[in-house]
Design a protein around this ligand. Structure first.
Ligand code: GCB
Length: 614
């Protein structure tokens, strides 16, 4: 090893060893604004935009301040400048720019932006009904990938990570009239981002989920949670934020259970609840997804969440839902709505359509929301219609395993996901990665993530989609990460990638630990909807996909510890790296339905299989 590399490795190693012990509570996002509340203004609609390929909005090249101001989108109100006496000269004007619908990725807004990857400035003007003494916040549900937020010319926040919410307080910057919200959105990924630069899904840059203006009293309920414990208790907490947060009387109420629990906040503004679950409580299951309106109340503030109560655990190789063994009948889904030109705009209606295919079409009880935290609408619908959920952060293929900053970022994404979704009964599995090649630095990274999850939410199960090793016809998992996982999951593509015939798939044997549940987190084969080839059954035909599913399901049935399936994938999805000119043209074709919702033949094969497992 050359001296320079040796030194770099040693420095990195020392940085790891010297890193301070991890404290879970430092990962709590500073603001959460959980639950539904009054005084929310949705800023969805038409936003104007301006492309900034050279990032001029961030640059004062060579100190040419006056010159760069001509293009500086974030803090110049062109109309105001132009109304002053004297010459005004600007080469942008967000007020008169083109417009697109927000939320939604820019890649689908106009053909010119189809493959744009970089920085775009967005603007929205709005008025705000303000009351004295109130606090105001902007909640962004997701901006892909980095966000720079300016309100009325002042920077109010930044965020990195394309799939989790962030909140900025704007109490001091907001006006009753004529607010100008400008957001710089940078879709570029790099060596240190999560995910890294290469994925098998579309870029989808932009403000892809709703932006809301939320107003609260000076002291407000920021976070509130309640769950059913293995010991049969309802346990939870409530967090107040504000000058009057300490030592306050608060209340939890579930009218349908006739339950009222008074409590008092401590010096940090936190109150705790812990009571035996009433005998009348109906547990949440996929077959009977009972949800309760839970009201959290404090003097002057009140929020509501709709929560289901269930337990999840493992015992040996069994997964237990409410103490009963369950087999997970599922499928993977990307966050992409059904339609010819998706914009990653998965609202309630789009979520119902996607998850309806799983619940009613496939007779499923489970869904893997890959490969990143999905829109909250998906989780709410899963709760409501009864689907168990695997939730995942985008530590996908390879990220910078050696960088403490990248680990910190991944941990924050995990924390932002857990704090957002921990009241969702549907979520039972937190996955800390997908197909990351075994290596010492990668295992250290994942072990730290597993530790994070365990500290933040010990009530759910930890998994990761692993790669398998193959010797002859034997498949096994030689991954030191196994010991960190409650549930083992593997992606397996024999019969699609590689040289195996479908007859070979039948010969495969699995050597896996006997004392842990195993999931097939992925298997699948591309098929172009409508391409029939009953005689030759060539790859990319619906006929091959059918035979592939039959062979893989038969192979799976012989694995004694197998506790669930989520084949790849429900719907054909956009992927710029899939460029087969006849069958793909920018789409990964492993869907059981096409991008417009047409069911392929293999859909019924899986549906029949799940029906037979009842
Ligand atoms: C995988 C990946 C998934 C890909 C899929 C494929 O193993 O986890 O993101 O899209 O294979 O189609 O190759």
């Amino acid at each position: 090893m050359p001296m320079k590399r040796l030194l770099t490795t040693l420095t990195l190693l020392l940085a790891w060893i010297a890193a301070p012990a991890f404290a879970a509570d430092t990962l709590r996002p500073p603001l959460l604004l959980i639950g539904t509340r009054a005084n929310v203004q949705d800023l969805s609609g038409r936003w104007t935009y301006s492309k900034d390929l050279y990032r001029t909005g961030f640059t004062d090249i060579n100190g040419w301040v006056a010159k760069s101001r001509m293009q500086r989108h974030r803090d110049v109100d062109v109309a105001a400048e132009e109304s002053k006496p004297g010459p005004a000269f600007f080469e942008f004007d967000l007020d008169r720019g083109p417009a697109m619908d927000i939320p939604g990725a820019w890649n689908s807004a106009t053909p010119e932006l189809r493959y744009f990857d970089g920085l775009i400035w967005f603007q929205r003007r709005f008025d705000a009904a303000m009351k004295a003494g109130q606090r105001s916040f902007l909640r962004f549900e997701a901006v892909n990938y980095r966000a720079y937020v300016y309100l009325n010319g002042k920077e109010v926040g930044r965020h990195e990570g394309g799939f989790t919410p962030f909140i900025v307080e704007v109490t001091d910057t907001l006006r009753a009239q004529g607010n100008r919200l400008v957001v710089g959105v940078d879709s570029k990924h790099d060596a240190n981002s999560v995910p890294g630069e290469i994925t098998d899904w579309d870029l989808y840059g932009g403000i892809t989920r709703p932006v809301k203006l939320i107003q609260t009293p000076a002291t407000f309920i920021d976070d509130a949670t309640l769950r059913l414990t293995e010991a049969g208790r309802l346990a939870g907490s409530l967090q107040l934020n504000g000058p009057q947060a300490a030592n306050r009387a608060v209340n939890l109420r579930i009218a349908a259970l006739n339950l009222t629990l008074p409590a008092r906040t401590d010096a940090n503004g936190e109150a705790r609840f812990d009571v035996a679950a009433p005998a009348s409580l109906k547990r949440w299951t996929p077959n009977a997804p009972t949800l309760y309106d839970v009201d959290f109340e404090a003097d002057g503030d009140k929020i509501r969440d709709r929560i289901g109560f269930r337990t999840i655990a493992v015992r040996g190789s069994e997964i237990l839902l409410n103490g009963q063994p369950i087999f997970l009948k599922g499928i993977c889904i990307h966050e992409e709505e059904i339609g010819p030109n998706p914009a990653r705009r998965v609202d309630d209606a789009a979520a119902r359509r996607l998850l309806g295919e799983v619940k009613n079409g496939l007779h499923g009880n489970y869904v893997r929301l890959s490969h990143y935290p999905h829109n909250e609408a998906m989780l709410r619908v899963a709760d409501e219609i009864g689907l168990l959920v695997w939730s995942e952060i985008p530590v996908y293929w390879t990220v910078n395993w050696d960088s403490p900053a990248t680990l910190d970022l991944a941990r924050r994404m995990q924390a932002e996901t857990i704090y957002r979704d921990r009241n969702r009964a549907s979520v039972v599995l937190w996955s800390i990665g997908n197909e990351t090649p075994v290596a010492e630095n990668r295992t250290r990274f994942h072990t730290a993530l597993a530790e994070t999850v365990r500290a933040l939410d010990p009530s759910r199960l930890i998994s990761a989609a692993l790669l398998v090793e193959r010797k002859g016809d034997t498949l096994h998992i030689a991954d030191p990460l196994l010991k960190e996982l409650d549930v083992i999951a593997v992606n397996t593509y024999a019969g699609w990638y590689g040289d195996d015939t479908l007859a070979d798939v039948g010969k495969l044997r699995w050597e896996v630990p006997a004392d842990k549940p195993l999931l097939f987190s992925e298997f699948g084969a591309d098929a172009k909807a409508g391409f029939r080839d009953p005689a030759l059954k060539r790859k990319f035909s619906e006929d091959y996909q059918v035979d592939y599913y039959r062979a893989t399901l038969a192979m799976a049935a012989k694995v004694p510890t197998l506790r669930g399936l989520s084949p790849w994938v429900l719907k054909d999805f956009r992927s710029p790296r899939r460029e087969h000119p006849v069958f793909q043209n920018g789409w990964n074709r492993k869907g059981l339905i096409s991008e417009t919702g047409q069911r392929k033949l293999a859909f019924d094969v899986l549906a029949e299989h799940y029906r037979s497992l009842k």
